[in-house]
Design a protein around this ligand. Structure first.
Ligand SMILES: NC(=O)c1ccc[n+]([C@@H]2O[C@H](COP(=O)([O-])OP(=O)(O)OC[C@H]3O[C@@H](n4cnc5c(N)ncnc54)[C@H](OP(=O)(O)O)[C@@H]3O)[C@@H](O)[C@H]2O)c1
Length: 257
């Protein structure tokens, strides 16, 4: 049983993961911008006998994240597990290349995660225990056409977590990097391209649950796509470029921006 801060809890993987953790007795502080959606997840958890609170916030707002962590600490005690899951994506083609989209993706995916880590770390270091979980993506291993900014943000997430992992291991705070492939969520529902090995939402949330419970350093799923991306990582650039040549800029759009 742990006091958990879970971001991106209003939809998709976060909303599906929350009840699994609550069923084990975890107390869940659920963060996202949409208060109505968060309230629905909180109600679902409470109806099943679990404990949850809603923290409507934007993870790009550093002060709001710190204030939310303070609220958790004053209500339940220090955050013991951070699951930094909030994330966004949007395609950028050479014709529509727009730095403000790149900035937005990095603000949410990288700085949002960083704000959360910054806010919970002092409490974990004082306690000499805790668990930091960050959600990256298999897209964080190589640049994909149309998704460069998203891939870059998820590569940043991976390396941010890896750097922390080495240091925090000695302090009793494991760090887990989760790299999903394609999972059926609102984020992928708008994609118009083929999504190999697309997983149902429940299966994706179960994978994340396992990674968290076993405190894995790195957990990529599904294995088929993780293996393919592993091979892709090892490919020379010339072959990689030829394999992906002709793939159209992805036409997906994020839920908003
Ligand atoms: N689905 C996939 O195939 C897949 C694959 C690889 C990685 N991932 C990663 O998995 C994580 C969850 O994605 P998902 O597929 O479940 O997508 P989703 O259904 O769109 O959920 C994204 C969550 O992030 C929250 N969020 C977005 N911007 C935020 C902000 N500025 N502040 C606070 N919360 C914010 C959203 O809540 P509000 O809109 O209410 O703020 C929502 O709860 C993301 O990090 C994503 O990159 C997903």
């Amino acid at each position: 049983m742990a006091i958990v801060l879970l971001t991106g809890a209003s939809s998709g993987l976060g909303a599906a993961l929350a009840p699994l953790l609550a069923a084990d007795g975890d107390k869940l502080a659920l963060a996202a911008r949409r208060a109505d959606k968060l309230a629905g997840v909180v109600d679902q958890i409470r109806a099943a006998g679990g404990e949850a609170m809603a923290l409507p916030l934007d993870v790009t707002d550093r002060d709001a994240v710190h204030a939310a962590v303070k609220t958790v600490e004053e209500t339940w005690g220090p955050v013991e597990t951070l699951i930094a899951n909030a994330g966004v994506g949007k395609p950028v083609s050479p014709e529509t290349y727009d730095s403000s989209v790149v900035e937005w993706i990095f603000q949410v995916n990288v700085m949002g995660m960083s704000h959360c880590i910054e806010a919970v770390l002092p409490g974990m270091l004082r306690a000499g225990r805790g668990h930091i979980v960050g959600v990256g993506s298999l897209a964080g291993y190589r640049g994909l056409p149309g998704s460069g900014p998203y891939c870059a943000s998820k590569a940043a997430v991976r390396l941010l977590l890896e750097g922390l992992r080495v240091e925090l291991r000695q302090k009793g705070i494991p760090v887990t990097h989760i790299a999903p492939g394609f999972v059926e969520t609102p984020m992928t529902a708008v994609n118009e391209f083929d999504m190999p090995f697309l997983l149902p939402l429940e299966a994706g949330a179960r994978h994340m649950y396992r990674a968290i419970r076993f405190k894995k350093a790195h957990y990529a799923f599904p294995w088929q796509l993780a293996t393919a991306m592993g091979i892709g990582r090892a490919l020379p650039n010339g072959i990689w470029d030829r394999v992906l040549a002709g793939q159209k800029a992805q036409k997906s759009v994020a839920q908003d921006d």
